[in-house]
Design a protein around this ligand. Structure first.
Ligand SMILES: O=C(O)CCC(=O)C(=O)O
Ligand SMILES: [Fe+2]
Length: 343
C-alpha cells in the first residue's frame, strides 16, 4: 500500500440523502459564499501547446491548479467512469452500507475521511479504491458478476490512464524547475510494487434541499504530489481559495481534467509550487460526481525540498517526511499541517 490506514480518522457513516427533505442540524454549515460573477478563472493548459512547460510552471506558481486539455484520455473512458460511478451511488443506501469501510481500512464506502475533524457533517458520500476494488464491489453487487467485473475493469483502466498522465505532468512540472528525470526518480511511484499508487476516490454530492446551508466537501488541501480530478458537467461546485480574492469557482470544462497540486509538491518544490485550498459546495438540481486520482510517492520514501538540484537554490523550508508520516500530521492539524514541518 502506498498510503497509511485511516486509524487516525474515525469512520463516520453517511446518511441516506435521498430521503432528506431538509438539511438536518447535524449537516448545517455557515458558508462564506463565493462570488459567481468573478472574472478570474483557473488556467487551461493544452498539452499539445509548444509552450506547455512554461505555462505549467506559471500555473503551478500562481494557482496550484489548472485544467488540462488534449491530455490523451478518451472521452468514452471518461463517460464510462462517470456512468459506473453514478451507478454505484444510485444503489439503495442499505446496499452501499454493505461496503462501509472498516475502522482500520481506507477502502470502501463512507464519508470523507476528514469528516471527524469538523463539528458538522458534509453533504457527500464516497467510495475509495486502494488496491483492487474487487472485495468491496462484491458486497455492492453480490448477484451480478457481470456488473462487478465491468466496474473493476473500467476503474483499473482509468487508474492506469490517470497515473500515466500524472507521470507526464510531473515530468513537465519538475522539468520546468530545471530538474531532470534522474533527479526525481526516487519520488515517483515504483511500478514493481504491488500497489505503487495513491488511492482513487469516487465522490458523490446528492441533490440538496438547501445548498446555502450545506457543505459538500470542507476546505482542504490534498496531501498528494498531484491530484487528477474528473468532475461531471453539473452546476459549478468546486471552488478554490485565492489569496486576495477569496473563493473562485472552477466551472466544468467539457473534456478537460483538473490538475491540482498537493502538499507533497509544495514540500518538494520548496514552496515554489503551492498546494491549493479547495472545497466543494452542492446544488438543488443535479446529482454531482467527481473522481479524484491521488498521485504520490511510495509510502516510505523520505521527501525533502529538492534545493540542491535544478534551480531551487534556497534554504530548505521544510524538514523531510514520508507520505505516511505526513498523513498522520495532516490527520491532526488538517490545513495547518505544512506549518508543522517547517524548518
Ligand atoms: O469533488 C470535487 O470537486 C473535489 C474532490 C476533492 O477535493 C477530493 O476528493 O479531495
Ligand atoms: Fe481534494
Amino acid at each position: 500500500m502506498s498510503i497509511t490506514s485511516d486509524s487516525e480518522y474515525q469512520c463516520i457513516a453517511p446518511i441516506d440523502f435521498i430521503s432528506m427533505t431538509k438539511v438536518p442540524e447535524s449537516h448545517t454549515w455557515v458558508l462564506n459564499p463565493c462570488d459567481e460573477n468573478l472574472l478570474e478563472s483557473i488556467p487551461t493548459i493544452d498539452l499539445l501547446d509548444p509552450n506547455a512547460i512554461s505555462l505549467i510552471r506559471h500555473a503551478c506558481e500562481k494557482w496550484g491548479i489548472f485544467h488540462v486539455i488534449n491530455h490523451g484520455v478518451s472521452s468514452q473512458l471518461l463517460d464510462e467512469v462517470e456512468l459506473q460511478t453514478r451507478g454505484l451511488f444510485s444503489l439503495p443506501f442499505d446496499q452501499k452500507l454493505q461496503a462501509f469501510r472498516s475502522a482500520n481500512s481506507i477502502s470502501g464506502y463512507g464519508t470523507c475521511r476528514r469528516s471527524c475533524l469538523h463539528p458538522k457533517r458534509m453533504w457527500s458520500e464516497g467510495f475509495t479504491i486502494v488496491e483492487s476494488p474487487k472485495q468491496d464491489v462484491h458486497k455492492l453487487w453480490p448477484h451480478d458478476h457481470h456488473q462487478r467485473n465491468h466496474f473493476c475493469d473500467v476503474m483499473v483502466m482509468y487508474r492506469n490512464e490517470m497515473n500515466k498522465l500524472a507521470e507526464t505532468l510531473l515530468d513537465l512540472m519538475f522539468g520546468s524547475l530545471g530538474l531532470t528525470q534522474e533527479d526525481t526518480k526516487q519520488v515517483k511511484p515504483k511500478t514493481g510494487l504491488k500497489n505503487p499508487y495513491g488511492p482513487l476516490q469516487l465522490n458523490s454530492y446528492p441533490i440538496c434541499p438547501d445548498p446555502t446551508k450545506a457543505m459538500g466537501l470542507a476546505a482542504h488541501t490534498d496531501t498528494s504530489l498531484l491530484t487528477l480530478l474528473y468532475q461531471s458537467n453539473t452546476p459549478t461546485s468546486l471552488q478554490i481559495f485565492k489569496e486576495g480574492i477569496g473563493w473562485v469557482p472552477v466551472h466544468p470544462l467539457n473534456g478537460a481534467l483538473i490538475v491540482n497540486l498537493g502538499d507533497l509538491m509544495q514540500i518538494l518544490s520548496n514552496g515554489r509550487f503551492k498546494s491549493v485550498l479547495h472545497r466543494a459546495v452542492v446544488n438543488n438540481t443535479h446529482h454531482r460526481i467527481s473522481v479524484a486520482n491521488f498521485y504520490g510517492p511510495p509510502n516510505d520514501v523520505k521527501l525533502s525540498p529538492l534545493i540542491q538540484l535544478g534551480n531551487l537554490d534556497h534554504l530548505p523550508l521544510y524538514r523531510s517526511v514520508t507520505w505516511k508520516e505526513y498523513l498522520k500530521i495532516k490527520a491532526k492539524h488538517n490545513t495547518k499541517a505544512l506549518e508543522f514541518i517547517k524548518n
